[in-house]
Write a protein that binds this ligand. Structure first.
Ligand code: PLP
Length: 424
């Protein structure tokens, strides 16, 4: 039975009966007045796994001991380091290991993927994306259009929410794709919108794009490690993501890409470097490029080992927890609980809090975006002063994400009581 008011003991009971509650102990919480903060910004920078330090130390020690020989003699030889990550990474995004590789950073990867999946020709030169996408994505798309000598005004079609709405309707995306028809080269959307938390219908959008002969790819910055994905089976052409948000791999850590196997040996344009060269002969240093023949062919440079050591630790935690389906089940319960808790705060204070993230499970990950109508930055300051870490965007949007690996029902109940006090 759920109480009508926020109850810490009820939250503690929910934590006690949840087998995944113990994973919280694997992470270091940021501190507020000497105590663990109520950390809800895993959608921005995930918490540090305790094991990160040891994994990093191993690589530092191996570098110290072996110098250049570490490429072959390190406990995890650096020469093949990225291969250590591929299986776990593939499981998280629903791909084959040959279709993913950890490399570079997100916006860089988006550009490299667009080199392959956006080569406008004749009248087929339009890109469809969502309006209000993360700005870096928009900059990337516009600069790609300009780079190819196109017209940013007409070649980028941004799907807007309808007048007075916050969310983008699937039917509007689908009809824009149909309308662009054979002028459409590429659809590139966020899997989950960073601002509203809306999870798009990846399958329907991909099918519609393919129907008109366009490529379809996704920026999964807010979806990878948040919701189960199925990139291979859906036939998605390409995807990229960062690993410092839900994948807890540290600030600016190495990003990741997915390229469907159907493209591995096609003649797509591609920028190449030695790390994409067939590994059997890479160190023969021959002048001609021989492709790895997998997503690894898109790699250019040798791997950033220190980043990857942490990423590897983090991916192993996902595996230990049982994978994305298991985490998603807990994630849905935590986010529903947050939604109910906000409902209780509204009842107790009659504040006007509007959750703009869809309430339907199929259309959201763990993040909720809440508009605190009539409130100002003082609300955010009061929350911060009480050890609550959420993301605030003017005018009054609170974005927060209970992360199933480390947030608890108790975190949410405590947040609810602090919010209630702040509003009273
Ligand atoms: C976080 C985020 C980025 C950040 O890009 P970097 O290249 O990692 O700095 C870009 N796009 C989206 C959608 C994001 O959520």
């Amino acid at each position: 039975m759920q109480s009508h008011t926020i109850s810490i003991s009820e939250a503690k009971a929910l934590d006690a009966e949840d087998p995944l509650s113990g994973f919280r102990k694997k992470f270091i919480f940021s501190q507020h007045n000497g105590k663990d903060a109520l950390y809800f910004t895993g959608n921005s920078l995930g918490l540090q796994p305790k094991a990160a330090k040891y994994a990093l130390q191993i690589e530092l020690d191996d570098w110290g001991e072996h110098g250049v020989e570490g490429h072959f003699r390190a406990r995890n030889p650096w020469m093949h380091y990225h291969e250590l990550l591929s299986k776990n990474l593939a499981d998280i995004v629903g791909a084959k290991p040959s279709e993913v590789v950890a490399m570079n950073a997100l916006t860089v990867n988006l550009h490299l993927l667009l080199v392959s999946f956006y080569s406008p020709k004749d009248s087929r030169k339009k890109i469809i994306c969502e309006a209000n996408a993360f700005p870096s994505d928009r900059y990337a798309l516009l600069s790609q259009i300009e780079f190819h000598g196109g017209n940013p005004e007409t070649d980028l079609i941004e799907i807007e929410p309808r007048e007075g709405e916050n969310l983008i309707l699937l039917e509007d995306v689908l009809s824009a794709i149909e309308e662009a028809g054979d002028e459409l080269k590429t659809v590139m959307m966020g899997g989950i919108n960073y601002y509203t938390g809306q999870l798009h219908n990846i399958e329907a959008i991909t099918n519609a794009a393919h129907e008109v002969g366009a490529f379809c790819g996704f920026d999964l910055a807010h979806a990878a490690g948040n919701v189960p994905l199925n990139l291979h089976d859906l036939g998605i052409d390409f995807a990229c993501w960062c690993t410092y948000k839900y994948m807890n791999s540290g600030p600016g850590s190495v990003g990741g890409i997915f390229i469907h196997e159907k493209h591995h040996n096609s003649r797509l344009p591609r920028l190449e470097g030695w790390w994409g060269h067939d590994k059997e002969t890479r160190f023969k240093m021959t002048p001609d490029y021989i492709s790895m023949g997998t997503a690894e062919s898109w790699q250019m440079s040798n791997a950033p080992i220190f980043n990857m050591a942490i990423h590897n630790v983090s991916l192993n935690i996902f595996k230990e927890a049982g994978g994305m389906e298991v985490l998603r089940e807990r994630s849905l319960r935590l986010t529903d609980y947050l939604e109910q808790t906000i409902g209780k705060v509204v009842e107790a204070t009659s504040a006007n809090l509007e959750i703009i993230t869809p309430c339907n499970h199929d259309n959201r990950g763990c993040q909720l975006s809440v508009v605190a109508h009539g409130q100002g930055r003082e609300l955010f300051d009061t929350l911060s002063a009480n050890g609550v870490i959420v993301d605030w965007r003017d005018p009054a949007v609170i974005r927060m994400a209970p992360v199933p690996l480390y947030n608890s029902f108790e975190d949410i109940a405590r947040f609810g009581l602090i919010l209630q006090d702040a509003l009273n």
